[in-house]
Ligand binder design. Structure first.
Ligand SMILES: Nc1ncnc2c1ncn2[C@@H]1O[C@H](COP(=O)(O)OP(=O)(O)OP(=O)(O)O)[C@@H](O)[C@H]1O
Ligand SMILES: [Mg+2]
Length: 336
């Protein structure tokens, strides 16, 4: 039974180990190799817990090999956990894979789920049949998706002839044809040009706000995250490093702004409450704590004492904070 109370997704103490056979070197027979083989255990997911409430749109981040795709495969029932529990709409995905399939949509950016030799239109037909979507509703839904994702021009082309951006739109539409409550997007913008990325982002945002679909999105493009997500879960080495709001993350770990000024003459700037963090000839970067001093006051303090010919205020970059989480394997408790 799908439960309507509590989180839509609940993951507790999730672990996934892969075993890889390490061959013992030497010019020995297959039998000897078999007897001597040793197994390397890779703990791709190492005690992960988090939950997702209905209606959320969460960024699931982490460096290459962090365990993101492995986690998504356990949430979708493709892989069985080594330990821990997963509940998706009240079901265990690996035990009730078929029942779970109607609840979730999945897009793996690196690998299409569509039928390679079929025209896109036929792939959609196959998905509708597979999920038992009634004809009238299926037609309406398909027309809506074709319009939203601007797919009219290539509906009759076989999937293998589509460009990456067209194929990705096809995959997204296929995943939404049967109106799943929950959508897993594993790198849906990988390899796309800026316009194609924007189109996908708009669709993802629209799907969350207009259809109320709960979405977990994995991406290495932090602009996807800044545009779409209020909450992020960051993992590495199979462990959660951060789970919380994006705004809270920035306010806590990057509570500063940079005032970049171009001076009439090249020299250092010494103003109370501002720290000079960089200077390149006449261009000086001054950092101030945004919780202690407001931007207009910082500007006034500099322009009152220095001949300034140009200036701009620069927000801290999410990229820098995320890079710090990756390199420091988490963040120390408390502001820097
Ligand atoms: N089937 C498998 N057999 C053995 N090891 C695997 C298997 N699948 C994944 N791994 C390993 O598990 C770890 C996590 O891989 P995973 O694909 O989940 O990472 P990811 O966070 O999705 O990375 P990326 O950002 O590069 O997609 C890696 O070390 C990977 O080599
Ligand atoms: Mg991956």
């Amino acid at each position: 039974m799908a439960s309507d109370e509590g989180p839509l997704v609940d993951v507790v103490g999730l672990v996934k180990e892969f075993r890889r056979v390490r061959r013992v070197p030497g010019r020995l027979s297959a039998i000897r190799t078999f007897l001597n083989r040793e197994q390397d255990v890779i703990r791709a997911v190492d005690d992960i817990s988090f939950s997702i409430m209905e209606g959320e749109l969460i960024g699931f981040l982490g460096p290459n090999g962090a365990g993101k795709s492995t986690t998504i495969k356990m949430l979708t029932g493709i892989l069985t956990p080594t330990a821990g529990t997963v509940s998706v709409a009240g079901r265990d995905p690996s035990r009730e894979r078929r029942a779970n399939a109607a609840t979730i949509g999945v897009v793996f950016g690196q690998r299409s789920q569509l039928w390679w030799d079929l025209p896109l239109r036929e792939s959609f037909r196959a998905v509708r049949d597979l999920y038992g979507v009634p004809n009238g509703e299926g037609d309406r839904r398909q027309a809506e998706l074709v319009e939203l994702l601007e797919m009219d021009d290539f509906l009759d082309a076989p999937v293998r002839q589509l460009s990456l951006g067209q194929r990705m739109r096809g995959d997204l539409a296929a995943a939404m044809l049967y109106r799943p409550r929950l959508l897993f997007l594993d790198e849906p913008t990988v390899g796309l040009d800026v316009v194609a990325k924007q189109r996908i982002r708009e669709f993802v945002g629209h799907t969350n706000t207009e259809s109320g679909t709960t979405i977990l999105i994995t991406t290495h493009d932090l602009e996807d995250v800044e545009r779409l997500c209020r909450r992020i879960v960051v993992i590495d080495h199979g462990r959660v490093l951060y789970d919380g709001g994006l705004a809270e993350l920035m306010a806590h770990y990057a509570p500063y702004r940079d005032l970049v000024v171009t001076l009439a003459e090249p020299h250092d700037v010494d103003v109370p409450s501002l720290e000079q963090v960089d200077r390149n000839d006449r261009r000086v970067t001054l950092r101030f704590r945004s919780d202690k001093i407001k931007a207009p006051e910082a500007i006034a303090a500099v322009t009152a004492t220095h001949a300034v010919v140009d200036l701009s205020v620069v927000e801290p970059r999410l990229e820098d904070v995320i890079a710090r989480i990756y390199t420091e394997r988490g963040l120390p408790d408390g502001p820097p």
